[in-house]
Design a protein around this ligand. Sequence first.
Ligand SMILES: [Fe+2]
Ligand SMILES: [Fe+2]
Length: 132
Amino acid sequence: MALITWNAEQHETKVAFADDEHKILFGKLNKLYDLATGGAERNEVGQALDDLIAYVVEHFAHEEKEMQAKNFSGYAAHKAEHDALVGICADLQEKFGKGEADVTEDTGALVKNWLDSHIPTFDRAYESTLNS
Ligand SMILES: [Fe+2]
Ligand SMILES: [Fe+2]
């Protein structure tokens, strides 16, 4: 079963690029989770991890660019949230690369919970500014 399923009630921001990118992001997280918990080869898990993290970084940069372009007042707090997750991801990526950490059910739950909390609060908050 998929770790995370996009649904409008919980995740819709009504900002088209963000909703599109969140769906892609969820797909990449589900793929990583399925590989990691399904006994896939370590290098395959590593590739899916790299792919997910690269997309997270790209998505955050896209949101930050759009918020800055509209002088969104919540930009600094929003970027700080992004930076915190990127820091966690970079740490995991480094440890995974050294063989000091694995992608586990807890890893999946951490990212899922972060998204389930960040999107309805932080991402939804930029809707009126970005759509204006
Ligand atoms: Fe987002
Ligand atoms: Fe965000």
